[in-house]
Design a protein around this ligand. Structure first.
Ligand code: HEM
Length: 290
């Protein structure tokens, strides 16, 4: 591929989307690391692993690989922020810069998880794990916003039509998320199922953030509130699925209730958005989002 073709293929919106996709993969790897109990596998060392640069066992490899992908993703996040500063839009710059600023915090919490958590019974510290998870989700959200801002004005479809498509993808992601979640015991909640559950939930989360933004163009503000409340329901459900609290039968029921509520809100938003679009003559509302 010639240099000029490579330059035109690698636009900022695509780079931002790639970074967001990488971060999603990294979160899934982190979940897999925690679920396989590999958190302290590098002989509770950081930045070294098993006394050297390379891991010596399979669990160590899992932990080490999460660190390696975190390092690569970190450079991509930094690259996205630097590139964003060459663009005129202040929101893109702010979202990407905030994501970079959170990186040192995330790396420090990761390091604490690897080292100090060894002092807790069975090496498990819910506050450290919870903080690592919440910061990961915040970085992911900021990157989704960066990608959305970067794509502004690049879609040919109007915002309401885009929101309807995002909601439809969200409904599929919700079904996949439920199937791999802890609420449904088949398949078993294995490490791979936990990673798949999170991957689907993050896609759902991202589609809801996108839909909420695009629904700002709708003449009905209720649509945006509905979509926003679905984000909150999905977020709480994602925290519940991560062992931050004991997964008692009551918590399972609560988790199932959150899924049902998110499904109902999502379906209602999709239906209402369809009606608003139809009453607009199916033009998908050309009102700008800003
Ligand atoms: C942008 C950077 C990073 C992201 C987005 C990220 C994300 C995650 C996520 C989502 C988890 C699962 C948490 C859970 O179980 O709920 C995790 C686990 C873990 N991460 Fe990271 N991580 C990052 C960087 C790092 C770094 C630099 C280290 C090491 C120094 C690290 C070490 C760990 C460890 C040891 C676990 C397993 C924790 C456990 O066993 O409970 N992470 N990571």
């Amino acid at each position: 591929m010639s240099r000029s073709r490579l330059r035109s293929a690698l636009s900022f919106p695509r780079f931002a989307a790639l970074t967001t996709g990488l971060t999603l993969t990294l979160v899934m790897l982190g979940i897999y690391t925690a679920a396989t109990g590999s958190g302290l596998a590098c002989s509770a060392q950081w930045p070294l692993c098993d006394g050297g640069l390379l891991p010596q066992t399979i669990p160590s490899f899992v932990e080490w690989f999460h660190r390696l992908v975190a390092m690569i993703t970190g450079f991509f996040i930094l690259g996205t922020a630097l590139w964003a500063w060459r663009r005129p839009d202040a929101r893109t710059r702010s979202a990407a810069t905030l994501a970079v600023l959170l990186l040192p915090l995330q790396i420090s919490i990761g390091a604490v998880t690897v080292t100090l958590s060894g002092m807790f019974p069975s090496g498990y510290s819910p506050p450290a794990q919870g903080a690592h998870l919440v910061v990961a989700l915040t970085i992911f959200t900021l990157l989704v916003l960066t990608t959305l801002y970067a794509h502004e004005g690049r879609f040919s479809a109007p915002p309401l039509a885009l929101a309807r498509r995002a909601l439809a993808v969200g409904l599929v992601a919700l079904v996949v998320s439920v199937l791999f979640s802890r609420v449904v015991p088949v398949p078993a909640y294995t490490p791979a199922a936990q990673a798949a559950y999170y991957g689907a939930s993050l896609v759902l989360f991202a589609t809801l953030v996108a839909a909420t933004r695009w629904l700002g163009a709708s003449p009905s503000p209720a649509l945006r509130y509905l979509s926003g409340s679905a984000i909150a329901l999905v977020f709480v459900g994602m925290l519940l699925g991560r062992d931050l609290v004991y997964y008692t039968p009551t918590v399972r029921t609560l988790n199932a209730g959150l899924f049902v509520a998110a499904g109902v809100v999502l379906a209602a938003t999709t239906w209402l958005a369809g009606r608003v679009d139809a009453s607009n003559g199916g033009r998908g509302s050309g009102v700008p989002v800003d």
